[in-house]
Design a protein around this ligand. Structure first.
Ligand code: HPA
Length: 251
């Protein structure tokens, strides 16, 4: 059982990982860079999707190479960490969201590993139900120790193309569609994980109110500051998740 963590904005280095090793992995879709290391005594993989250092824009990321590389390196499940904006005006910043649905607004991205054959994967549940349940259980445990951690146990992730942020009208449309958070990287990542039969769950940190929900400018500096706080929560959840798995393995 190897957990792979995909890091997003503000999470391109995993400070708590021990015995860190860099890997460059060749795949049929190109090269991917990732790291292995141990957290809570367990070996995991870490792949910062924007690169090391973070330079790749959401539409420039080679999602296929990334997911294929994780599969080749023995990942058996993937936890995708993302920084997101809020769409639901009742969600604050920062809040840890465990999304359960996705609406895809991206275009022109390489979205399937099947180039020569016809495949229609069942994507009714873009996030793995079992892995999500484990994540939620880890979140509850962390919340007992950190009551200040704000959590939304569900979320509809609207994935926009970027790299620009949305207009206020676009955020209002996302809300009408049923989205509660907005980011730029869940797709095609989640669909590729499904194609590769890699159970995939998300941990999203709200880092800014969506366009039109605040009068303040949305700046990268403010986003990174919010992410830093959320990241402490994310690492705590990952640590508990791995410890719970240790217990499961022994049972
Ligand atoms: N919109 C889209 N993606 C994002 C945002 C946002 O407001 N914040 C962080 N990622």
């Amino acid at each position: 059982m190897t957990l792979a963590v995909i890091g997003g904005t503000g999470f391109s280095a995993f400070a708590g990982l021990e015995n860190l090793q860099d890997h460059r992995i060749d795949t049929q879709f190109g090269e991917a860079e990732l790291q292995s290391g141990s957290l809570a005594g367990t070996q995991i993989l870490f792949l910062p999707r924007h690169g090391m250092p973070a330079r790749k824009l959401p539409h420039e990321i080679n999602y296929r190479a990334n997911l294929m590389a994780l599969k080749q390196q023995g990942a058996t499940r993937v936890l995708a960490v993302t920084a997101v904006g809020t769409v639901d005006p009742n969600l604050g910043v920062p809040v840890l969201v465990v999304p359960d649905q996705i609406i895809d607004y991206t275009y022109g991205r390489a979205m399937t590993i099947y180039e020569q054959s016809l495949h229609h994967i069942d994507f009714s549940e873009p996030y793995d139900v079992e892995l999500r349940a484990q994540v939620l259980s880890a979140v509850s445990t962390v919340q007992e120790q950190r009551p200040e951690m704000r959590v939304s146990p569900t979320g509809v992730y609207g994935c926009t193309q970027g790299p620009r942020l949305e207009t206020a009208a676009e955020i209002r449309r996302l809300a009408r569609d049923g989205c509660t958070i907005v980011g730029m990287t869940a797709m095609p990542e989640a669909a590729l994980a499904k194609e590769l039969e890699l159970p995939y769950a998300g941990l999203s940190v709200t880092v800014n109110p969506g366009a039109g929900l605040t009068t303040a400018d949305i700046t990268l500096a403010a986003i990174e500051a919010a992410m830093e706080k959320g990241l402490g929560w994310v690492v705590a959840v990952l640590t508990v998740l791995l410890q719970q798995e240790g217990v499961d393995t022994l049972a």
